[in-house]
Design a protein around this ligand. Structure first.
Ligand SMILES: NC(=O)c1ccc[n+]([C@@H]2O[C@H](COP(=O)([O-])OP(=O)(O)OC[C@H]3O[C@@H](n4cnc5c(N)ncnc54)[C@H](OP(=O)(O)O)[C@@H]3O)[C@@H](O)[C@H]2O)c1
Length: 526
């Protein structure tokens, strides 16, 4: 294996066409990747239809894909290239924009879509794949540059990685090879470590892109800009001024047709190990020395390593779980988790969890981070709320004192992406009464955006460009599992202990509210 087969050469810079407004085109001195083939393992699956192909078609329409860009879809379903193109066209029309799936624009994109019917569980598959790639590289001028995207059942990751290595598809001369691995990355610390070893036996770490689409969200990236490009924030972003932090990722939907997967996973593996702990890292991390992959990831790992362990019974006090029962969501009847397809009638899989974590370092000592996520909650929303301490001494007595609420900076990740600062003002009138108001920045109104850029677009492009800043590193994934491991073990050991059933359409189990009430706090009403 070459020392750094990811081959980060300087990328060509493309200028906007004369007379075009580069900002409107979204291509202000954008870098263009080198020609490449993206091999999607699992091309007949849900992720490809709903996310990957719409993202690629949109990148094509925005002229951000390299010349000769090619997709080789792989699955067991017996499709021809033509059939694959038809199905993908329907998918793009359904899950993205009808315009992207029509006319000359679609035809040009579809000319680069190929399909190969292969059982990747069979060792013979990889020779055929290598031959097809050699042909495609010649026909399409892609120079042997390959991105392998593993959109497959995770049980197949090890044989696929091994198969690629044995077929010599892990690297090449004067070209680059990268591999994108979907979540879940392992199902606990031990399996994640094993998978990392299997992956790194074949691929150099610089070739590996572990994807967490949350990191591709515009508002999540903005969190770094907000923190590290504004001078006013840093002096108060610490234990002296901040009382606590709340991170909420709420979904109003249930598990849909993913019962089999969810029964195995549960909410901690599905949401906390990746999305919520990533958000925690971005809020709590120190300023990296540069906005570069390793510098950013070094700081995130330090946060995860500083999280106080929930072992030795701490999970009983600091972790809460629940499962949705029947109820009403947004005025519509919603059934119980136990009645979903693919779910056991006596299932004890948690669909909601709340954790209280401490980051034991100088900046955050004594500041609790409350994390919650669940399905079938009252509404779909993701938010980080940084709640400040009260002022040390209040000048205004009497009624004013009763009105006082703490300052809050809330970062809305979705929907209605933006940032709000809550502070106190005097109510107009003769008496001295106060009221909290919000100073509110909204992406939609400030930038005239109807829709935020798609996270997968950003991440797919970054991978083609060799930029892994927004992907998780080996030690980071393992550190995240290490945080959750004691809770996972305790919950697996006593699956019914403390499991509370909450009505669909509410804000989760009573115990989650008690978790904060015990500290004299409460969850924000979002
Ligand atoms: N769907 C999402 O929204 C989502 C979100 C985040 C992460 N993910 C992750 O992405 C991965 C894929 O999810 P998905 O929802 O797309 O799954 P899916 O709909 O079940 O699709 C699985 C794909 O794998 C292919 N496959 C399975 N066994 C194969 C084999 N032996 N040889 C060749 N192909 C094989 C299937 O092809 P055939 O059917 O043709 O055999 C199909 O294309 C999973 O790891 C999942 O956790 C999915």
């Amino acid at each position: 294996m070459a020392p750094d087969p990811a081959g980060r050469k300087p990328e060509p810079v493309r200028e906007p066409p004369a007379g075009e407004n580069p900002l409107r085109l979204g291509m202000r001195r954008e870098r263009i990747a080198e020609p490449c083939v993206m091999i999607i393992f699992g091309a007949s699956g849900d992720l490809t239809r709903r996310k990957l192909m719409p993202a690629l078609a949109s990148l094509h329409a925005r002229r951000l894909l390299p010349p000769g860009f090619t997709v080789l879809g792989v699955g067991r379903t017996a499709w021809s290239d033509e059939r694959f193109r038809q199905i993908m066209q329907e998918a793009v029309a359904e899950f993205a924009d009808r315009e992207l799936a029509a006319g000359a624009q679609w035809d040009a994109f579809a000319a680069g879509l190929m399909y190969q019917c292969t059982d990747l569980g069979s060792a013979d598959a990889y020779g055929g794949l290598a031959r097809r790639l050699t042909d495609l590289d010649q026909i399409r001028g892609t120079d042997g540059n390959h991105v392998f995207y593993l959109a497959m059942p995770p049980s197949l990751y090890p044989p696929i990685i091994g198969g690629l290595g044995e077929a010599g598809l892990d690297s090449g001369d004067r070209c680059w090879t990268r591999v994108i691995i979907e979540k879940p990355f392992g199902r606990d610390l031990a399996t994640a470590q094993t998978l990392n070893r299997d992956v790194n036996r074949v691929f150099h770490e610089s070739q590996v892109y572990r994807i967490d689409h949350y990191l591709g969200k515009e508002t999540v990236q903005n969190l770094l800009v907000f923190r590290f490009a504004n001078a006013f924030l840093e002096p108060t972003w610490n234990r002296q001024f901040i009382d606590h932090v709340q991170i909420s990722v709420a979904e109003d939907i249930g598990i849909g047709d993913r019962g089999g997967y969810y029964e195995e996973a549960g909410v901690l593996r599905d949401m906390f190990q990746n999305h919520l702990l990533q958000l925690l890292c971005l809020v709590a991390m120190e300023a990296p020395v540069a906005f570069e992959a390793d510098a950013v990831r070094d700081e995130k790992v330090k946060v995860l390593r500083a999280v106080r362990s929930l072992d030795a019974g701490a999970h009983r006090v600091h972790a809460v779980r629940g499962q949705y029962a029947a109820g009403q969501v947004l005025g519509r009847p919603a059934g119980a988790y136990r009645h979903e397809d693919g779910v056991q009638r006596k299932s004890v899989t948690p669909t909601y969890a709340a954790l209280k974590l401490h980051v034991d370092n100088w900046r955050w000592q004594g500041v609790p981070f409350y994390l919650r996520s669940g399905k079938r909650l009252a509404r779909k929303t993701s938010e980080i709320a940084v709640v400040y301490r009260q002022v040390p001494h209040l000048l205004f007595g009497g009624e004013a004192r009763a009105d006082l609420v703490p300052n809050v900076i809330s970062l809305r990740i979705q929907p209605d992406e933006g940032i709000a600062l809550r502070f106190e003002v005097k109510r107009p009138g003769m008496s001295l009464r106060m009221r909290p108001v919000d100073m509110d920045f909204s992406y939609g109104s400030s930038f005239g955006l109807l829709e935020m850029p798609n996270a997968y677009e950003r991440l797919l492009l970054d991978c083609m460009l060799g930029d892994s800043t927004l992907f998780t590193r080996r030690d980071e994934v393992e550190a995240a599992w290490r945080v959750l491991q004691p809770v996972l073990e305790a919950w697996d050991h006593a699956p019914e202990e403390g499991l509370e059933f909450y009505e669909s359409g509410t804000w989760g189990p009573v115990a989650a509210h008690d978790l904060l009430r015990a500290d004299g706090r409460r969850w924000r009403r979002i």
